[in-house]
Design a protein around this ligand. Structure first.
Ligand SMILES: C[S@@+](CC[C@H](N)C(=O)[O-])C[C@H]1O[C@@H](n2cnc3c(N)ncnc32)[C@H](O)[C@@H]1O
Length: 463
């Protein structure tokens, strides 16, 4: 099922299990002569405000106050204190500022800003003693960016500490900011008015929509790098072996089947008797499973999602893959009206609170989608039909859900298990012993649970 690290294409390269790693372009080593010089604290503290429509960020430069729209797809609040920085600023100075809660608005060379971000990331990642305490301090210790928990931590505590540390790292690194200006025309998307800056118009336009860059704005460089990375992923697409190697293209913020063992499970599971006329794909994302079912001969697939980007993305992929006539993509909270002989769902698999809106494909607070799918399934299955639940057991290895709890949910929903198909992740992370969640990842199995309604007469459709 999910690859241990199935990814959405997100601002910060969000991966499963809360790893919000920097965009790929932000991790290589800096060349000699990285930004030098002292902090050019050309401004004084300014507070972010909200103009009613969009949050704003404020700062002072050369004694002149400025404000701009604050852009954050990851939902980070506008920084309250901002100073300008340029190529003379050292990584130590920048890191000290952000640790003190002051963001740095970059005015120097774009590539130097990227190198500065890498240098700041190294500082954030530096090994620190786990949960260092002040002498005599009481109460819970504060995790630091490099804190991975003690070896004897319970998996659940190690997971929460890891997420906390990752969130802190993301917050610190998110405080290196770059300006955005409207491009030459409304459709071009914004531009970064810095020396050697790349063309970011298409990446921003894809994430935000056309025409949403009409005013000066400020964005974290880390998030901008994520947008650029997502644009590249979308352009290249992900080859899907079960679709004969054809590619699926994930929009920004839409769950990508980049590690797609779970897709193979859906390709291999026997279709319910009398190959279905119709199937539902609940939470379709890129539409990969809907397209696969159509390719397997299902004549009509109704694919739902709540995320407008996913809906647009699934429609585009269905068209590219030549199955648009068989795949109907519609906005719905879980199920479309009616019943089907086959209902497929690959819900987010970690029952924890997302730390930003783009994490909703991975984190399912209080197992809302999982419970909703199971509770509503019997009412949407045709007699003798099957529900295919695709679910990783990573949450079980992390101590966030037990197998007994899952089976209880199945039972309480009037369902029984017909069969289970399993797969193991093939990605490198599963075998990386330095990963703080290694034990859980190494044990992870993703399953396709074939479920059916217990009673011969399923409950009436309330949809
Ligand atoms: C883990 S992703 C799976 C995407 C796709 N089915 C796949 O297998 O690659 C979960 C998807 O469920 C969607 N989703 C979450 N809650 C939903 C709800 N209540 N109704 C419909 N879709 C939902 C998310 O937007 C996301 O696209």
């Amino acid at each position: 099922m999910h690859t241990p690290d199935p990814r959405r294409t997100t601002a910060a390269g969000t991966t499963a299990n809360g790893d919000t790693g920097p965009a790929p372009s932000a991790v290589s080593a800096p060349p000699p002569g990285a930004p030098a010089g002292d902090a050019r604290a050309a401004g004084s503290p300014a507070t972010g405000a909200d103009d009613g429509d969009h949050p704003r960020v404020g700062w002072t430069e050369g004694e002149v106050p400025h404000t701009a729209r604050w852009r954050s797809e990851s939902g980070a609040p506008a920084p309250r204190r901002v100073v300008a920085g340029d190529d003379r600023m050292t990584a130590d100075a920048a890191y000290k500022l952000v640790c003190e809660g002051t963001a740095v608005l970059w005015r120097g060379d774009y590539h130097n800003a990227r190198q500065l971000l890498q240098a700041m990331a190294r500082r954030a990642d530096r090994k620190r003693p786990a949960r260092k305490r002040r002498r005599g301090a009481t109460g819970p210790a504060t995790p630091v960016a490099g804190d991975q928990g003690a070896p004897d931590e319970s998996p659940a505590r190690a997971f929460h500490l890891h997420r906390k540390a990752q969130a802190q790292r993301a917050r610190l690194l998110g405080m290196l900011l770059v300006p955005l200006e409207p491009g030459p025309d409304a459709d071009a998307g914004p531009r970064v008015p810095l020396r050697r800056a790349p063309d970011v118009g298409a990446a921003c336009r894809e994430a935000w929509g056309a025409g949403d860059a009409a005013e000066p704005a400020v964005i974290s460089l880390r998030e901008l790098l994520g947008l650029i990375g997502a644009h590249e992923w979308r352009r290249k697409g992900v080859p899907i072996p079960a679709l004969g190697g054809e590619r699926v293209h994930a929009y920004y913020g839409v769950f990508s089947p980049v590690r797609g063992e779970y897709v193979d499970l859906v390709a291999e599971a026997p279709l319910p008797a009398g190959a279905p006329e119709v199937a539902f794909d609940i939470g379709t994302g890129t539409g990969v499973l809907a397209a696969l079912l159509a390719r397997r001969g299902v004549r009509r697939v109704v694919a739902t999602d709540q995320d407008p980007r996913a809906l647009a993305c699934a429609r585009e992929n269905a068209a590219r893959l030549g199955v648009a006539e068989r795949v109907e993509v519609r906005a719905a909270d879980l199920f479309p009206p009616g019943r089907a002989p086959l209902v497929v769902c690959n819900p987010p698999w970690v029952p924890a609170r997302p730390s930003s809106p783009v994490e909703y494909a991975v984190y399912d607070p209080d197992s809302r989608m999982l419970r909703g799918f199971l509770d509503g399934l019997a009412a949407h299955l045709a007699p003798g039909g099957e529900g295919w639940l695709i679910l990783s057991d990573l949450a079980e290895h992390l101590g966030l859900r037990t197998r007994a709890e899952l089976l209880h949910l199945v039972d309480a929903a009037g369902l029984r298990v017909l069969d289970r198909l399993d797969t193991r992740p093939r990605h490198g992370r599963a075998t990386d012993p330095t990963d703080p969640l290694h034990a859980a990842r190494a044990a992870e199995v993703t399953s396709l649970w074939r479920l059916t309604a217990i009673s011969g007469a399923p409950p009436s459709d309330t949809a």
